[in-house]
Design a protein around this ligand. Sequence first.
Ligand SMILES: *Cc1c(COP(=O)(O)O)cnc(C)c1O
Length: 391
Amino acid sequence: MNDEFDPDTLAVRAGTVRSQFHEHSEAMFLTSSFVFGSAAEAAARFSGAEPGNIYARFTNPSVSMFEDRLAALEGAERCVAFASGMAAILATVMGLMKAGEHVVASRSIFGSTVQLFNNIMGRFGVETTFVSPTDPEAWRQAVRPNTKLFFLESPSNPLTEVSDIRAIAAIAHEVGAWLAVDNCFCSPILQRPLELGADIVIHSATKYLDGQGRVLGGAVLGSKALMEGVYTFLRTAGPTLSAFNAWVLLKGLETLPIRMEAHSRNALELAKWLETQPKVARVLYPGLPSHPQYALAMAQQKTGGGIVAFETVGGKDAAWTVIDQTRLMSITANLGDTRTTITHPASTTHSRMTPEQRADAGIGDGLIRIAVGLESVEDIKRDLERGFSLL
Ligand SMILES: *Cc1c(COP(=O)(O)O)cnc(C)c1O
């Protein structure tokens, strides 16, 4: 079905398998194990001679439907679902790498991902070098003979820096490494990294794929050959997505195309308006012609996405005033929700970095990140105006 239909259709229907009861909405299989018709069938399932479910740590029909739908949307041969986005990233490293190998990663990636590479994988002999997301040559220079994996997020959080996925994938392949892209901010509706040359796509399904702030989930996608190692780690170590969460995520995917379009429309309108505000020093949004990588963003993404960052004049006090004057937006670090969220990266998501590291990364004390939701954009503007008027 995947070549035959557009993404709007795949989001609603791909992966659906009905049971003997012919249910219309996908069934939720709340079962930890599966029953065999005979000893011979059990043996055949365990040996792999016969396909089918054995135990829900390995596979579950609700989870498989979610995996197949997301694989169709990303144009991937196979998807392996996880309990969270972080579990998906852990499984990528544990499933595909070994001690003594090396990662080159963008320095503008999710905070827990930095901790995972530095503090956890480092203890197991996998070293990581962090480089600029916007300078492909820096990636080439960071390569060592044992480099196995390149890892990036584009656009990045919170500065919306855009990485040239095609160029960085080409360098990875020249040196015999794989490129993994955390596609959380765009979702497959706005960006398909595998088509741009990436080998692996990673999702925190917790964000736009659910889209309504309900459940945690994650996924790794790529070729059947690469996903075999990732799946073996899942099956053995057990960071499995629950059937309930998979079912919620299946429902989330059905509205993903229309939500991404609406998030993008609101975000562009808000970003343009923020550029006209005297209390705003700069606006970072890949869909604005003023963005340093506007041309690249528009070449590899369908829209600028739903995340807007801006710097208030007046540093931390000003940023906190704007945040504290909101009545509509949720003050939370989560993103990708129908509800607009607002956060101060320097004192929350990026507070574990030293002030020097933050300054180096360009995360100023006046920076605010908004994950634009589906409310009226006029109401969102009014929610910010109250704070701006006090600065
Ligand atoms: C939230 C997030 C993650 C981690 O996902 P969880 O589902 O919270 O484990 C990874 N990468 C990005 C870009 C994120 O925003």
